[in-house]
Every structure is written in C-alpha cells, then in structure tokens.
Design a protein. Structure first.
Length: 274
C-alpha cells in the first residue's frame, strides 16, 4: 500500500525516476509508462487517477491493488466524518471539518515539536491524554521517554491513523501503551505521582468540555510527579467571533488545581509545574 496526497501526485506528473511518496516518508524509484506509473511491488497508478489526486487538496489517498481510495470514513457511532487531511508535512486528522492540528503558519510536525519542547527534558514515564494520530506519543519516545501511556476515546481516530505513514510507530513501538477509553474516567484509576511529563492536547472545548474542568486538572496534578511538567494545549477557538479567553481560563483553573503555570501564547497553551 502507498499513501499519496496532491503534493506527491504533482511530483509524479512532473518527475522522472525517483520521487518521495508515502507523504514524504519514502524515496521510491518510479517507472513512467505510457499512461501510468509503476511502483515497487508492481503497483500501478494510472495517469488519470494521478491527475484526480493532484486536483484534490483536502484528503489523502491510498493505492492498494492498483486502486485508489480516499482515506476517509463516516462513523455512525459518533455521527462524524473523519479524513486524513494533507498539509505541508505530516497530515492531520480532520473530524467533521475540524482539523486536529494547526496547519497554517505552523505545520503538524512543528506543532508537535513545539509541544514536546515545552516539557523538555523528556524523561521517565509520560502521559499523552488524547492519542489522535499518535504524533505526540511517538515524539515523546524519540525525545527520551522510557514509556508513554496514550489514551483515545474515539476508535475511529485509530482507524484513520493505521493508514497514515507517519503514525505507524504508534502501533509498533514497544514502549507506547495504547488505551482505548475516556481519559476523564481512566485517569481516576491511575497511580498518584506516576508520570514525569504530561501533554494534554484535548479536542475543542465544545466537544470535550470536561477535559478543561478543574476536576480533571486536579487529576492531572495528582498523577504527575513532584517537579513534573505538563503542557496543556488550548488553542484559540472562537477568538475572532468572541472575547472568550480559553487560555486565560485554563491558566486560572490549573493554578487552582495546584500547578505553577506559565502561559505560552506562541504555542497556544500553558505549561504547568507541580
């Protein structure tokens, strides 16, 4: 299986020989035939399909058994539409029109790196409260975590992640423990003073208001070790349409929970130290 976005399709249409595929992850030697492209393992992609992919800027495609399919799904259990949305580097997950990473000015790759840098040095056991495509969990391991526990309530996110080349280590690294469940519930059974670092990057407040509550912040404080670090990404939802300051609200509640906090406007979040 190969995964392509419009960027790779444009490369194919204009390239000769070697190109980058699988969303930039792999360098592949491509043979150009009269009306198609031949990849390793004898996969074919017609020029017509390549042109269709090049025209579609909003979803990634997979090539399997010489057929192209959009990486997207509608889930009846959540009544939401999920797709792998291409960006300038790593793709993001889009759920019913809402993208789970920043894609303008800051890319998903840079966004992930910024979050992890704010809890550096990364060490010991880390908690990633909301798995998504797994970028945070993977990044924490590469940054030095001995183990990462990552929790995801929506199994549909994992279904999309399995097709994403940049998510594969989520399923292959032995020191990532994946838990399917609601983190606001799961965290109550976790050991106190257990995690060295926490990255809390929840869905928007409108989708998961309980993950911005004082009660939940107290649980994050409880499971974090003394002098441990937390980064909480809040984003800036509704900033244009209202005067609501979610970053400020989260800072106040984290302080009430016991954290020493510092706001980071450029990263759209708060660092808390126990």
């Amino acid at each position: 299986m190969l995964v392509l976005s419009w960027r790779e399709a444009e490369q194919l249409l204009g390239a000769k020989g070697i190109v980058r595929l699988n969303i930039g992850m792999d360098i592949v030697d491509v043979i150009r035939e009269q009306d198609s492209f031949l990849f390793p393992k004898h996969e074919h992609l017609s020029r017509q399909d390549t042109e269709k992919i090049a025209e579609n800027k909003t979803v990634c495609f997979m090539l399997k058994d010489n057929e192209t399919t959009k990486i997207q799904l509608f889930a009846q259990d959540t009544n939401r539409f999920y797709k792998l949305y291409p960006t300038a580097d790593w793709p993001t997950l889009e759920i019913s029109g809402v993208r789970m990473h920043r894609v303008t000015q800051v890319t998903p790759k840079k966004d992930t790196e910024m979050k992890i840098a704010l809890v550096s040095p990364v060490e010991g056991v880390c908690l990633d409260t909301c798995t998504g495509l797994g970028y945070t969990a993977i990044g924490l391991v590469h940054a030095g975590a001995t183990k990462v526990v990552t929790i995801e309530k929506d199994h549909n996110c994992q279904d999309v992640a399995r097709y994403n080349p940049w998510s594969q280590e989520l399923f292959s690294l032995n020191n990532i423990e994946r838990i399917n469940g609601d983190v606001s519930v799961v965290i109550k059974s976790m050991k106190s003073n257990y995690f060295n670092r926490i990255i809390h990057d929840p869905p928007s407040f409108s989708l998961a208001g309980e993950l911005y509550s004082l009660e939940f912040y107290k649980q994050l404080y409880r499971v974090l070790k003394k002098e441990g670090k937390l980064f909480h990404y809040t984003g800036r939802p509704g900033a244009v349409r209202s005067s609501r300051n979610l970053l400020g609200e989260a800072s106040k509640r984290l302080t009430l929970a016991g954290f020493h906090v510092k706001r980071h406007e450029d990263a759209l979040g708060v660092v808390g130290v126990k």
